[in-house]
Design a protein around this ligand. Structure first.
Ligand code: DGL
Length: 272
């Protein structure tokens, strides 16, 4: 039994998103758990998830989960809010006896609920906003917190195309966040894993100093707690990072390299 547990603990962590966004989660995981092996899947062929139906996102997420299980992963992180909103329940049902699965929404909701803010803003994809998942979960845990949500569909394609810290990103971000609906918020939640890549721009362009939260650190903390509780931390002493994509994109390779500061080889996989 002990032998089996060690074998499980030394397997890789599977992380997926529609594109580069989940790398913000992967980065937080590498930071807090540097001895873990990581297998990352960016479903670039189906990007953006935020514009897709819940049914389509469920189908992609299931195929990716099967792929990550075949790669020997010990746990799956859905490093995408749109996929967490649309597919977490169905994935949990399908794979509950096979592999633990974490969604990216609950850790952030728990963190925000503890703060008991009066009013919080949410920026996210259309899929996440229309699911109203943050509104419902926050209403359960912090009923006095008012939630002001805005879907910001131009941000993912903008980030995937590498438009950050320039006049184009500045114009788009300003247009979204200077909305009077956000005049009274106490904090802004970035509920898309792509958005940490423009977090500093959002902080700088918001009309006043504002506390900004994203999914990455809370997700890494949740993962660490779970692995510790199950004696699931990797003790093998060697680490590997593998990156799979369903379609090759230059921006994915560039962003991955930016994160890891080393040459990253993308492996193309057909998950159809
Ligand atoms: N990064 C994903 C999220 O957290 C979505 C990006 C997309 O629309 O593909 O929602």
């Amino acid at each position: 039994m002990q032998h089996d547990m060690t074998a499980w603990a030394n397997r890789p962590i599977g992380i997926f998103d529609s594109g580069v966004g989940g790398l913000t989660v992967a980065n937080a995981v590498v930071h807090s758990l540097p001895n873990e092996d990581i297998i990352y899947f960016g479903d670039t062929a189906h990007l953006p998830y935020g514009e897709k139906s819940a049914g389509a996102i469920q189908e992609y997420s299931e195929r990716i989960t099967r792929f990550l299980i075949d790669q020997g992963c010990k746990i799956i992180l859905i490093a995408c809010n749109s996929a967490s909103a649309a597919a977490y329940d169905s994935l949990k049902e399908t794979f509950q006896d096979t592999i633990p699965i974490l969604n990216v929404i609950d850790p952030l909701v728990d963190e925000i609920a503890r703060k008991e803010y009066r009013e919080v803003g949410i920026l996210a994809t259309k899929a996440t906003i229309s699911s109203r998942i943050y509104d419902r979960k926050l209403a359960e845990l912090s009923p006095t917190t008012r939630v002001i949500s805005l879907s910001t569909p131009l941000l993912v394609p903008m980030i995937e195309e590498g438009f950050c810290n320039n006049n184009i990103s500045e114009a788009i971000i300003t247009n979204y966040i200077h909305n009077p609906m956000f005049d009274d918020i106490d904090a802004m939640m970035l509920c898309c894993t792509h958005y940490p890549l423009i977090r500093s721009e959002i902080e700088r362009l918001f009309p006043r100093p504002i506390k900004v939260y994203d999914n990455s650190a809370a997700m890494a903390d949740r993962l660490e707690a779970l692995l510790r509780a199950r004696n699931g931390l990797n003790t093998s002493g060697k680490k590997s990072r593998k990156f799979f994509v369903s379609d090759y994109t230059k921006s994915f390779e560039q962003t991955t390299r930016l994160f890891y500061g080393e040459t990253v080889t993308l492996q193309l996989v057909d998950i159809h």
